[in-house]
Write a protein that binds this ligand. Structure first.
Ligand SMILES: N[C@@H](CCC(=O)N[C@@H](CS)C(=O)NCC(=O)O)C(=O)O
Length: 201
């Protein structure tokens, strides 16, 4: 498999899941501004949506959309426990988190990163993000990970977007349980490997 990624972008989530599941893979870095891969390919040809992550399977088929890619990876290695068995309530809990992260967090960061977004809109987005992290801070009290004691694909995603707080000038220390959670995830050996491979540590 090959993962197309941009350092620190949402592709960090499937990158972590590939490592946590012990899946063999290659990385291909994408310049998201120029839409070129490091090997010089036109990224629009690889993903007409022009976005990372893309997972290229060994048969050449390509899968996009981070929350789906991580399910695919985890389902190839059910023994890794990164995603509960399909059809169980535990699995729907993980989906519930994935949907929350993608719709309520991930896409609220986008406009703040864009230089042409009016400042007033950026402030509203930051306020909304703050409210979501207020909720997460309460939820994470007394929990190791989002759904309990086990790290799942939803944690790889939440961790990835939590890292963006500092990029938009929000101090994660405002939410002590989120901060402890982020430190806990950062300390995982496979997460360390992923950060290092993306040049983030
Ligand atoms: N719906 C997509 C969104 C992916 C996405 O937002 N990717 C960002 C990086 S975090 C990107 O590549 N942005 C570049 C662009 O839109 O031009 C998913 O969940 O995978």
């Amino acid at each position: 498999m090959k993962l197309y990624f941009a350092p620190g972008a949402c592709s960090l989530s499937p990158h972590i899941v590939l490592r946590e599941t012990g899946t063999p893979f290659e990385l291909e870095q994408v310049d998201n501004k120029e839409k070129k891969t490091k090997s010089g390919d036109d990224f629009w040809q690889i993903n007409p949506k022009g976005q990372v992550p893309v997972l290229e399977l060994d048969n050449g088929e390509r899968l996009t959309e981070g929350p789906i890619i991580v399910q695919y990876i985890a389902d190839q290695k059910p023994e890794s426990g990164l995603a509960p068995k399909a059809g169980t309530m535990e699995r729907y809990r993980v989906h519930e988190w994935q949907n929350f992260i993608t719709s309520e967090l991930h896409k609220s960061f986008g406009p703040i990163f864009r230089p042409n977004t009016p400042d007033a809109y950026k402030e509203i987005s930051k306020e909304n993000i703050g409210k979501r992290f207020d909720y997460l801070d309460k939820h994470l009290a007394g929990r190791q990970y989002l759904t309990g004691d086990k790290f799942t694909i939803a944690d790889a995603y939440l961790y990835t977007v939590t890292r963006w707080l500092s990029r938009v000038g929000i101090d994660v220390a405002k939410w002590p349980n989120v901060k402890a959670y982020a430190d806990r995830v950062t300390a995982r050996p496979k997460v360390q490997e992923a950060l290092k491979a993306e040049g983030l540590s």
